[in-house]
Design a protein around this ligand. Structure first.
Ligand code: GDP
Ligand code: IMO
Ligand code: MG
Length: 424
């Protein structure tokens, strides 16, 4: 499997970290291609839990781990993560960071928080990690990049230039304290000293790995429906999680990508605001939240559970060119005698559609058309492969495959690395 993208097929938190960790065992290089510390990827190995914000989940297996140009990097969060891992005996030595990735600066975090506060009821529910403001500065060509850390003089100059403008905005628009040049410059110079050894030409590194027939995993953060261009805008993140962005985010051509594995829960969750047609009613949602431990990895917020939405998943297959699916958390559905799946949307004009609505008002007002499927109401712990699943669980998986026209390659039956089923 030379170059494989692992992409979230829903609204994030599908279990990408666990699948990447699993596949990383047989891979040489693992790369994150977009996003920043808004991500929280959980990996559980030998009873130990790791929550990755920045680092690709491959770092656990000691694989070369790349943060690509499409990422935004908060040096403080990254260094905390590196220190935390090293305290647990895991080396961050294989980390390589693209010099073209952008830095999250303190004003980005301040503006993210203040902007959400100002929006009040209309807020997006961001993770408040500075993601939107950092990508906005990148697009406006005002950003400070990882390669600016390589030269103390340049770094200081860029911070000074940025602060001249940001402090005016912070004080006059957001009623926030200004930042002092000396404070920010000395903090970031401290970060720079520690991060310099990791900065590399990661596009070249990945290209060379592929030319040498080594296998590369490209790990997406967030999920398809949080994509800036194709997700449920404005309730999205500020980067492109979809698979096509793996090429731009790393700096390889799209023809180099061989496979795209979509990761989807056997139900759905979303955290933050925004429309969600298959959302469960509160009692059921509370039950699933408890069973699936659906609390945000980054913010601790309650995730909003919903029934599996095949319309949204079909859209994810289309947008990403998904070649197979990993269906996680099937075990959580073992608690129910009956399961609902959303097979179509009913639109405001009374028509029904299999296709994800192209216009926001149709999506906002879409009613889910559910089908009820039998549950299996038994644990999946003793299954060794997909053929061992109880009949109703196997039918559930097969129904997903039929509706979407792609095979389900992996099924998650628990949070630990080994709790995953493949074909016999
Ligand atoms: P990511 O952001 O896509 O990597 O997903 P998160 O780590 O934020 O959320 C997924 C959660 O589900 C984590 O707590 C995982 O440990 C857990 N998880 C992953 N796969 C399974 C599974 O198959 N069954 C159960 N019960 N939990 C799982
Ligand atoms: P992983 O990689 C789930 C959501 C936020 C908010 C919106 C915008 O763990 O799947 P942002 O801080 O990015 O500007 O917030 O996107 N969001 C996520 N939801 N999982 C994530 O990451 C997310 N990253 C951002 O809740 O609705
Ligand atoms: Mg997550």
């Amino acid at each position: 499997m030379p170059a494989t993208v692992i992409v979230g097929a829903q609204w994030g938190d599908e279990g990408k970290g666990k699948i990447v960790d699993l596949l990383a065992q047989q891979c040489d290089v693992v790369c994150r291609y977009q996003g920043g510390p808004n991500a929280g990827h959980t990996v559980i190995v030998d009873g130990e839990t790791f929550k990755f914000r920045h680092l690709p989940s491959g770092i656990l297996s000691g694989k070369v781990s790349v943060l690509g140009a499409g990422c935004v990097v908060d040096p403080e969060v990254l260094l905390d993560e590196i220190d935390g891992l090293e305290e647990r005996g895991i080396s961050a030595e294989p980390l390589r960071i693209s010099g073209n990735a952008h830095l999250i600066m303190p004003w980005h975090i301040a503006i993210d928080g203040a902007g959400e506060k100002r929006l009040g009821k209309l807020q997006i529910g961001t993770t408040r990690r500075g993601i939107g403001p950092a990508y906005a500065d990148k697009a406006a060509r005002l950003g400070i990049r990882v390669q600016d850390l390589l030269d103390a003089k340049i770094l200081r100059q860029k911070i000074e230039t940025a602060l001249q403008e940001k402090n005016i905005w912070l004080e006059r628009v957001y009623e926030h304290e200004p930042f002092e040049l000396e404070d920010v410059a000395s903090r970031y110079e401290g970060f720079a000293q520690r991060l310099r050894p990791f900065v590399a030409d990661t596009s070249l590194l990945v290209d060379e790995a592929l030319r040498d027939d080594r296998s590369v995993l490209l790990e997406g953060a967030q999920g398809t429906l949080l994509d800036l261009d194709h997700g449920t805008y404005p309730f999205v993140t500020s980067s492109n999680p979809i698979a096509g962005a793996a090429a731009t985010g790393i700096g390889i051509g799209p023809t180099r990508i061989d496979r795209v594995i979509g990761v989807s829960k056997a139900y759905v969750t979303r955290v933050g605001a925004g429309p969600f047609p298959s959302e469960m009613e509160p009692d059921l949602a509370a039950q699933v939240r408890e069973l699936g431990q659906e609390y945000g990895t980054v913010t601790g917020r309650d995730r909003r559970p919903g029934w599996l939405d095949l319309v949204a998943l079909r859209y994810a297959v289309r947008l990403n060119g998904i070649t197979s699916l990993a269906l996680t958390k099937l075990d959580v559905l073992s608690a129910f005698d009956e399961l609902r799946v959303c097979v179509r949307y009913r639109l405001p004009d009374g028509t029904e559609t299999d296709d994800f609505p192209a216009h926001q008002s149709d999506f906002h007002r879409a009613e889910p058309v559910f089908e009820t499927l039998p549950g299996w109401a038994e644990p999946l712990d003793d299954c060794a492969n997909l053929d061992d699943l109880p009949d109703a669980a196997r039918s559930y998986v097969e129904r997903v495959e039929q509706e979407l026209g792609v095979p389900v390659e992996l099924v998650g039956t628990g949070a630990a690395r080994e709790q995953v089923l493949a074909r016999s």
